[in-house]
Design a protein around this ligand. Structure first.
Ligand code: TXA
Ligand code: MG
Length: 328
């Protein structure tokens, strides 16, 4: 084999994956906790590390150029057409597509469901890892890295290597790629029922419903009860330990107590526990989980976040804040 063109750290991490070990790696959204998707025991180790129920599916991450249809059952021409259109426009990038599951996909990956979630991340380090992993596994027909967000179940997703360390200590090998640029998890679009319903938006993300509508010519549908289950769609998710409340500017301005952490876009900062939130949606998403962790670490009585504005680019942020607040 010719000398690897990858850095020693990428080489090493890819080898760990081939050996069945876990590797946390940066993506453009959040850090993932990865395992070789073809090794059920390795995928099971993800569930164990996270404390996550084993019937929850994990996303398979693919190298640029990998064929997502190889992971799927034979697709109808409608689904095939949508898939091609979406990957041409949005891959590599923060869009996860749910397809009917193909025969070679492990139960450990799908949580026993008849669908599989696939995403081609845009982060250069994630792509280097995927490319090297693909080189090292030439005999495998399906080559991908199964990875949920690298946090314990129900907790805030990590957007830096330090956050991953806070979750797992030294128990997990971490590739440090700095802060994740997007900062919130990928948009999830279900393509398993395109014949009867159309594409269904299971989780909003930085690829907005408006961007999907523009590409597809129609708005994606909201999830119904028959939609594939997604743990990121549980009511209480992404939550800090400190109770979190959303308030509008007027209510927030009336707060007199000192034992409260506040994240505000518009009000003057009253004390050290009042932190400034960005006004721009992309910058807000980038900082959100780090800010939640920082405010949680203050161990105050409550965290209050000023309600974000409305508008399509704020929908994913509103979704995450509502879930974080619903833990109370
Ligand atoms: O941005 C992201 O999506 C990050 C990075 C690491 O790629 N990953 C992530 O994974 O957020 P996780 O497991 O924390 O959330 C993925 C969501 C879960 O809610 C899971 O239930 C859903 O995707 N999912 C995965 N496969 C699925 C499937 N076959 N059917 C329905 N939902 C699926
Ligand atoms: Mg998660």
């Amino acid at each position: 084999m010719p000398a690897s063109t990858f850095s020693p750290q990428i080489d090493h991490a890819a080898e760990l994956l081939v050996q069945g070990q876990l590797v946390a790696f940066p993506t453009e959204t959040v850090y993932g906790l990865g395992a070789d998707a073809s090794q059920p025991e390795a995928v099971a180790a993800i569930y164990l590390a996270k404390g996550r129920p084993s019937d929850h599916p994990v996303i398979v991450h693919l190298a640029v150029g990998a064929d997502p249809a190889a992971w799927a059952a034979p697709l109808s021409s409608t689904t095939e057409g949508l898939l091609q259109q979406l990957i041409e426009r949005f891959w590599p990038g923060p869009l996860t597509l749910i397809l009917p599951r193909g025969p070679g996909v492990a139960d450990a990956v799908t949580g026993g469901q008849d669908s599989v979630g696939l995403r081609c991340p845009a982060h250069p380090m994630a792509q280097s890892l995927l490319q090297r992993f693909t080189e090292l596994t030439p005999h495998q027909t399906l080559r991908g890295i199964a990875a949920p967000s690298a946090n314990r179940f129900g907790r805030i997703s990590p957007t830096t290597a330090q956050h991953v360390r806070e979750e797992f200590g030294d128990a997990v090998h971490i590739l440090d790629g700095g802060a994740c640029p997007v900062g919130i998890e990928s948009t999830i679009l279900d393509l398993t029922r395109t014949e009867t319903l159309g594409p269904v938006l299971l989780r909003p993300g930085s690829i907005t419903a408006a961007m999907l509508s523009e590409e597809l010519g129609a708005a994606p549908l909201k999830p119904d009860r028959a939609a594939p289950r997604a743990s990121g769609t549980l009511a209480a998710h992404y939550a800090p330990t400190t109770p979190l409340v959303l308030m509008d500017k007027v209510e927030l301005a009336a707060i007199a107590e000192d034992d409260i952490a506040v994240w505000t876009r518009t009000l003057p900062l009253k004390n050290k526990a009042w932190l400034r939130a960005p006004n721009d949606a992309a910058a807000y998403a980038h900082e959100l989980y780090g800010a939640l962790r920082r405010m949680d670490a203050l161990r105050l009585r409550q965290i209050i976040i000023e309600c974000p504005p409305n508008g399509p680019e704020w929908a994913a942020i509103q979704d995450r804040l509502m879930r974080a607040a619903s833990r109370n």
